[in-house]
Design a protein around this ligand. Structure first.
Ligand SMILES: C[S@@+](CC[C@H](N)C(=O)[O-])C[C@H]1O[C@@H](n2cnc3c(N)ncnc32)[C@H](O)[C@@H]1O
Length: 376
């Protein structure tokens, strides 16, 4: 949030946040979500958090200098990490929350399921608009649901807050008018369209975009993506789960021997290895990327854990030396994907549509001047 003076109090800070989100186009003027942001105190849901900025990580708690200003910054406030230090819960960036809520076009009396309660702040916004008795929210982590339930109660909301794996939805409450997920998935869980009524909506992060899907009579979910990149913390199967971090595979990348070749690279290797393009995420969602500096020189790695495929890439000018092993040639695949995406004009997520059939087949389509389709 760009403010010149610190807010005097929560009400002023909230109003400023809502105004900023509206001025930036994340909220529509006069939308019910604008009032929800202006009247819901974010600080109740994030008494303590970590801010990550150019100077590194900063722990912020009540009474810290600039606490209220920090709470109402348009940024992600991390509240929980796994044992490897990867963030697993946060209050998401308000502008992204706002954009998702604005396209979550459910009627005012809709019954909805939220996946990923986290702090409970987004749940409170849903309750503000729809009424708490129309909102069910689930999180996989019992500590989070317990504190979110308490915090929601302290702001006057008593939605159904459940601890469970949200990828299974909550069939007992189905059908819903909409499902809003604030944790990311690589593929749409089959339970979600099954639990949304025909004509209902699913809004969720898939790949590096936010999908807005409508469910039809036969259970197909189809729609498009919001214009810009967006990546949420991934859904985890259980609270203590530690995601397979790239650094778990440094030994595989650094110590393995395999086939070797030297070739020209069309782009700096790190841009190919750490690609964030939506279609590359969708197609290479389970390929881990890393860059190591064993003797000061960068060594890039790609690993596909399910097959044990790995690649080690070092760059010298426009040449790369690629060593790799396992059934997949990950560097060659990544080069092809990058070339396809680049020749299509580097489209952002808004250029894609997604159709998920009732049996779970995903079809990703790139629209525009270079149309393309993939069955995932
Ligand atoms: C970005 S945070 C959610 C932000 C939240 N909506 C808020 O306003 O604070 C993502 C949340 O998804 C939860 N989560 C991860 N995997 C899940 C799963 N399988 N089922 C339900 N929730 C899950 C995490 O525990 C985390 O709290």
């Amino acid at each position: 949030m760009s403010t010149t003076t610190a807010p005097a109090n929560s009400a002023e800070a909230r109003r400023r946040l809502a105004d900023t989100l509206t001025a930036d186009g994340a909220l529509s003027p006069g939308s019910p979500w604008q009032r929800a942001f202006a009247e819901t105190p974010r600080e109740v849901f994030v008494p303590r958090f970590t801010l990550t900025g150019p100077d590194g990580r900063r722990e912020v708690g009540p009474g810290a200098p600039g606490y209220l200003d920090a709470v109402y910054t348009d940024t992600t406030l991390t509240i929980r990490r796994d044992s490897a230090g990867t963030p697993v819960s946060s209050s998401s960036q308000p502008s992204l929350m706002a954009r998702m809520l604005e396209v979550f076009t459910v009627p005012a009396d809709a019954r909805v399921l939220e996946i990923g309660t986290g702090t409970g702040y987004n749940t409170a916004l849903l309750c503000h608009r729809l009424g708490a008795d129309h909102v069910t929210t689930v999180d996989v982590d019992p500590d989070l649901t317990t504190s979110a339930r308490d915090r929601l109660a302290s702001t006057g909301h008593a939605p159904l807050v459940l601890t469970r794996d949200g990828t299974e939805g909550h069939p007992e409450g189905a059908p819903y008018d909409g499902i809003l997920a604030t944790c990311g998935v690589d593929r749409l869980p089959t339970a979600w369209p099954q639990q949304v009524r025909p004509g209902g909506i699913i809004v969720t992060n898939i790949g590096n975009g936010v999908a807005v899907l409508t469910v039809d009579e036969d259970g197909t979910a189809a729609g498009s993506f919001l214009p810009d990149d967006a990546m949420f913390m991934r859904a985890r199967p259980e609270p203590g789960h530690t995601a397979p971090a790239a650094n778990q595979y440094t030994g595989l990348v650094m110590n393995s021997t395999g086939d070797s070749r030297t070739e020209r690279s069309p782009l700096p290797a790190d841009q190919i290895v750490h690609a964030t393009a939506h279609e590359i995420w969708m197609l290479h969602h389970d390929v881990l990327a890393m860059t190591l500096h064993p003797d000061g020189t960068p060594v890039h790695g790609l690993v596909h854990p399910p097959t044990g495929s790995w690649a080690r890439i070092t760059q010298d000018g426009d040449q790369v030396t690629v060593e790799h092993g396992g059934p997949r040639d990950l560097w060659a695949e990544r080069l092809d994907l990058t070339a396809q995406w680049t020749s299509a004009g580097r489209p952002a997520p808004g250029a894609y549509t997604l159709t998920v059939s009732s049996c779970g087949t995903h079809t990703l389509r790139r629209t525009g001047t270079s149309p393309m389709s993939w069955t995932l």
